[in-house]
Design a protein around this ligand. Structure first.
Ligand code: SAH
Ligand code: F3S
Length: 452
């Protein structure tokens, strides 16, 4: 950088794993241009807040945080504040008005041009210093863009971006555009490099990750090839759409040792009329058939899900159908949400009289959580006393502990230290809080045969 001090950039990410992965990608792009990536906003010349638009609550939090970060401009007037990601795409230039200290608004397809955008902003000052990059394009295939991975244990690898579904509650297709799938050889090349660096776990990411197809590479073929990359011991993927759970996919999962026994399968509702109005394109029966198919091939599989309550027009008895489904499937974990209207999505155009009141929505959410947590605790209590293989990830809350994950994606605390990150150990589960476990380490090194 011509002997000058490198610019320092700080990226703060909100939202899903795809966003976290995008945050790493922005860091990679900036680092490639000579930026130094720093870990606090106070040290930075450029702050990027990478946002989520999925629910209103997520957006409000970000606006508050941007307001707070703006205060740093008092001591550092040259500071550039950018808002990137889904909320930036959704609010567009309106965000520049809403948040006057924001200099740059950039949607998810703009990251390649990040250094250029920052270079354009730098000489400008005052009100002139504003830029928005908001095009969504099928041409942006993210080819050649690599992440600056923060973890040395597991890597998230986006294989697909955007979504071709139009679930009527969901903003994603409008802020991330149509489905685009990466080239399989590029994905495999990236995963081989990751494995060479010593990372042993990969999670393939996409909005409907199992609808991935590129030429004669449907998702099961890609999953199998990833599972066979030397050095990769655990493979996960998220989130699949239930409709694209096929016998081929289930076969690969059951056959390939590296593919973990966990599927996150968003159901959203347990009522056919609601599913139809959500345009989820499956029924309760066809969802249950997918669950049965998965469990038949992998009896030890853990299932998690996403559920929305209070979708416009959802009656009390339709909500009860969701409780029934949850009791029947017995998910290991459920992420539960109260419907949040997102401007521009079809569900917001349903007759106003159909909207479920906030209080009713909240009440349904609490009742659902009670049931899902109860089931989760029952399942987990039954696992106490078993031996599991853990991949240790990072230090725990308490000194002398580390957090690990089982193949079934259960979080476990064991004695250990920071240098344990990346190790596989066998552990005996000794107790559970309901959601997470405490365990004793049995031995370091290779997993025991036949443990989950
Ligand atoms: N297919 C995506 C879904 C992303 S959104 C994936 O990769 O998982 C994650 C979850 O947020 C959805 O499954 C849904 O349960 C929830 N969600 C989406 N839009 C919502 C809204 N408007 N209100 C409440 N919850 C919503
Ligand atoms: Fe959203 Fe449905 Fe796609 S939940 S991301 S529109 S599959």
């Amino acid at each position: 950088m011509n002997g000058t001090k490198p610019r320092r950039a700080y990226v703060e990410t909100y939202g899903c794993q795809m966003n976290i992965s995008d945050g790493e990608l922005m860091e990679g792009v900036l680092e490639g241009e000579g930026y130094e990536i720093v870990s606090s906003a106070e040290e930075a010349d450029v702050i990027l807040v990478n946002t989520c638009a999925i629910r209103e609550h997520a957006e409000r939090r970000v606006l508050g945080r941007v307001g707070q970060l703006s205060g740093l401009k008092r001591t550092n007037p040259d500071l550039v504040i950018g808002v990137t990601g889904c909320m930036a795409q959704r609010l567009g230039e309106g965000l520049l008005e809403k948040a006057p200290h924001v200099d740059l608004v950039m949607g998810p397809d703009g990251y390649r041009t990040l250094p250029e955008a920052l270079a354009r902003l730098r000489p400008l000052s005052g009100n002139a210093r504003r830029l928005s990059v908001l095009h969504l394009t099928l041409d942006e295939n993210y080819q050649g863009l690599e992440q600056r991975r923060r973890s040395t244990v597991g890597a998230w690898v986006p294989i697909q971006r955007g979504c071709d579904h139009r679930c009527t509650f969901c903003i994603v297709p409008y802020v991330r555009g149509a489905e685009k799938n990466r080239d399989p050889q590029e994905i495999l090349g990236e995963i081989r490099r990751i494995a060479d660096e010593g990372i042993t776990e990969v999670t393939l990411l996409g909005q409907t990750v199992n609808s991935y197809v590129s030429g004669d590479w449907p998702f099961p073929r890609l999953l199998q090839a990833v599972a066979r990359v030397d050095g990769i011991r655990r493979v996960r993927y998220t989130s699949p759409h239930p409709n694209d759970v096929t016998p081929d996919l289930v076969d690969v999962m059951a056959m390939e040792e590296a593919v973990c026994e966990h599927v996150h399968l968003p159901v959203q509702s347990g009522n056919d009329r609601t599913l139809k109005r959500m345009v989820r394109r499956y029924t309760v029966d066809s969802f249950m058939e997918k669950v049965a198919m998965i469990r038949q091939a992998m009896p030890k599989v853990a299932l998690s899900t996403d559920i929305i309550v209070g979708f416009p027009g959802e009656s009390e008895s339709e909500f009860q159908d969701t409780l029934d489904l949850v009791r029947e499937v017995r998910f290991d974990e459920a992420f539960t949400y109260k419907y949040s209207p997102r401007e521009g999505t079809p569900a917001t155009r349903l007759p106003p009289g159909q909207f479920v009141s906030d209080a009713e929505g909240q009440d349904r959410l609490e009742r659902l959580i009670e049931v899902t947590r109860g089931i989760q605790a029952e399942i987990n209590r039954a696992e106490v006393g078993t031996v599991v293989e853990l991949l240790l990830e990072r230090t725990g809350k308490h000194e002398g502990t580390v957090l690990g994950r089982t193949r079934r994606s259960k979080a476990v605390v064991v004695p250990g230290e920071a240098s344990d990150a990346g190790r596989y150990v066998s552990a005996l589960l000794t107790s559970t809080t309901g959601a997470t476990f405490v365990a004793e380490r049995l031995e370091a090194g290779k997993p025991l045969a036949g443990v989950s």
